[in-house]
Design a binder for this molecule. Structure first.
Ligand SMILES: [Zn+2]
Ligand SMILES: [Zn+2]
Length: 410
């Protein structure tokens, strides 16, 4: 097998990995650069011959998870190349696109956990792994008796973290690990778990009457974390209509207005009344009975917000619905570089709402990466998705440090 990192040896996000044999060639992940890499709001799509233009040279693309930095550019893949995405992960991505008004053109095929896909002489087996995106995957790639594990993004401090070791043991010994190294430029300390974060959120929530949570809608673990804290603090838990539609796609253990008695939704009806009826019946109508608007006048509440909801917050203020409020900023601080977030937080402050930062990483700390490598015992470790790849040299004697467009053959 030939492994080549087309992009992402020196940046977090936007990583593209090529793996090929004499018979087939696949790509793993095709997403956007994160805002700290490219301050430009519009990402340039990397032009890759045979993938985005010209006669096709690749047989398939595999996506590890639905974060924009891994899946965000799949629409620019040649339509004759199939794109494999985990089933629920893809459904979540579709809802995100529908809400953003994006129509996608590529041909996707569902992947299911631990069901292998075969592309000529390459076998790809997806394993569900803990990360801040629901049903994220590690991919085991096998060909000619060799095994390569691509970790995607992963961690063990979320609700699925307890399964990581068992999953790795199931995968067993491999020849190569291509690992994310997001935490290589951070101080080596254990990440706070989602459980611990929930306790901190409770401490914040009990001090306020109205709590707004700004988080990534696709970070399903975090929704559970905030729900637990809200319940303990005896607040009404309200998911905005976007998040309500995302949690609807997940397992029944995830808080959702349709399956949880005590979870409500906030529907800014005026905004959606002009949407076409298909959108309305698909995304709004099912939640009408759980609309929290009147309940919010009589209760303390926790409400998920998005930057596009600033006018809703202003309206709440005018109606006396904001008296002693805070906004919990619960996402990566790198997004603060985006003009959209800066403006939102400034306006939130002007409404007299306190801002509290509460977050924990979606990425494995160095010790967890070491533990992973100890179990898999690879001959070679290749770091990607990092701004400090040389750290891998310090940690692993057998690391191979690549530049973009460089590769190894095994
Ligand atoms: Zn990533
Ligand atoms: Zn990710």
């Amino acid at each position: 097998m030939k492994i080549k990192i087309l992009k992402g040896t020196n940046q977090i996000g936007g990583c593209i990995t090529e793996i090929g044999t004499n018979n087939a060639k696949i790509i793993i992940d095709f997403g956007e650069d994160l805002p700290d890499v490219s301050i430009k709001e519009n990402n340039n799509v990397p032009l890759i011959e045979g993938l985005t233009y010209g006669p096709k040279k690749y047989d398939a693309v595999f996506i590890t998870h639905n974060h924009q930095d891994h899946i965000g550019l799949i629409s620019s893949i040649l339509s004759e190349i199939p794109v494999y995405v985990e089933k629920t992960s893809k459904e979540i991505f579709n809802v995100v696109n529908d809400f953003m008004g994006i129509r996608e053109t590529c041909r996707t095929i569902n992947m299911l956990a631990e069901i292998p896909v075969t592309i000529e002489d390459i076998k790809i087996t997806p394993y569900i792994v803990d990360h801040s995106a629901y049903n994220s995957l590690m991919l085991l790639i096998e060909s000619g008796g060799k095994k390569v594990l691509h970790t995607g993004d992963f961690r063990n401090n979320g609700y699925k973290g307890k399964y990581l070791k068992d999953t790795l043991k199931k995968i067993g010994k491999v020849d190569v690990v291509i690992t994310e190294g997001t935490s290589f430029d951070r101080i080596n300390k254990e990440n706070m778990t989602e459980e611990e974060l929930s306790k901190e959120a409770y401490e914040v929530m009990k001090k306020y009457n109205q709590i707004f949570v700004l988080q990534s809608g696709t970070n399903i673990d975090r929704i559970t974390t905030m729900y637990k804290a809200s319940k303990k603090a005896r607040k009404l838990f309200v998911e905005d209509i976007f998040i309500a539609n995302l949690t609807k796609l997940t397992k029944s253990s995830i808080p959702n207005p349709l399956t949880f008695e005590d979870v409500y939704t906030y529907i800014p009806l005026k905004r959606y009344i002009n949407k076409d009826s298909e959108f309305y019946y698909k995304y709004i109508e099912p939640f009408n009975k759980k609309n929290a608007i009147t309940k919010m006048f009589n209760n303390d509440y926790v409400l998920n917000v998005r930057t596009s909801m600033i006018n809703d917050l202003k309206k709440f203020k005018d109606k006396g619905l904001i008296t002693n409020a805070c906004l919990i900023y619960s996402m990566w601080d790198g997004y603060l570089k985006k003009a959209e977030f800066k403006k939102f937080l400034k306006e939130v402050k002007e409404l007299g709402i306190d801002i509290v930062y509460l977050h924990t990483s979606g990425h494995a700390c160095i010790n967890t990466i070491k533990e992973m490598v100890n179990i898999l015992k690879p001959k070679i470790v290749i770091p990607i998705h990092t701004t400090n790849k040389m750290k891998a040299k310090e940690i692993f004697k057998n690391s191979v440090i690549l530049n973009d467009n460089e590769g190894v053959e095994i």
